[in-house]
Ligand binder design. Sequence first.
Ligand SMILES: Nc1ncnc2c1ncn2[C@@H]1O[C@H](COP(=O)(O)OP(=O)(O)OP(=O)(O)O)[C@@H](O)[C@H]1O
Length: 306
Amino acid sequence: MSKIALQADKLTKRFGKLTAVNELSLSIECGAIYGFLGPNGCGKSTAIRLLTGLLLADAGEVTVLGQPLAGHEEALKSRIGYMTQKFSLYENLTVLENLRFVAAIYNVKGAAATQRIDELLQLYGLAERTQQLAGTMSGGQRQRLALACATIHQPELLFLDEPTSAVDPENRRDFWERLFDLSAAGTTILVSTHYMDEAERCHGLAILEHGIKRADGAPRALMQAMAANVVEISGDNLRQLKQQLAAVPEVISAAQVGNHLRVLVSKTVADAMELLTPICRDYELALVRPSLEDVFVSCTGGRHVG
Ligand SMILES: Nc1ncnc2c1ncn2[C@@H]1O[C@H](COP(=O)(O)OP(=O)(O)OP(=O)(O)O)[C@@H](O)[C@H]1O
């Protein structure tokens, strides 16, 4: 049986009247890349901060690398890496100074520090930029430096909070290749994102909404188990048809994608095509395979897209 790197049981955090994380439970296998997918404000960053021990939970328990997090935060710090949303680089320090500073924080010293820094400079394509100020680097370069800093002490468990929101698609792709390298070497990764294509790359993922976990599983399994059928409708006057469909109680969502409408029909309806055909007489209908975005829309009740 695979070992579990991170486990949470009914983790809850309130800020005044707001419950930012609501009874979140999860279990992540060693070496897996696990995603938090959800819109802004759904509690991804708060959950990550709770799981790293940076924020104290109001209720619930976390087990990190086989140890309870409570009371072991300091000991676990050396086994965890955390890359924050804003990358937390020192803009007025050079690439090398940033790496040396973080090495010192994690107690990586002397020849071991020099060797590790050299290795990371090569690995993340920063060897030519050691004297450049972090504040003057491009988004992709900053991201790579932030990843180098977060992994300087070779953590077993790595938390990445929306690491690709400030970079272009090519850098995102490249970054994910690096994450798979780390995963192949045994690092467990928890990464938050609001991009569907990124979430789809994860081995497992949780869909969060208002601090509540709405779904959890491998992306493919989530697509297969979805509680809705997906129908694509093409023809003229799609905006008007969309209004009509919005009034049908079994229609969870209808959103335009290019020149067709993508319609999610609850599986409480035995035959989605039979339901829609009389409403869409002059249109072409096709039952299609669900995407992760459909899963997201279906388990958040269509409240975030459409
Ligand atoms: N220290 C705090 N005090 C009060 N409210 C907070 C605090 N931290 C977070 N929140 C609130 O908790 C909710 C969840 O925030 P969080 O930053 O975890 O969401 P997120 O999913 O990471 O969003 P984003 O993608 O925008 O970073 C938000 O409504 C936020 O305003």
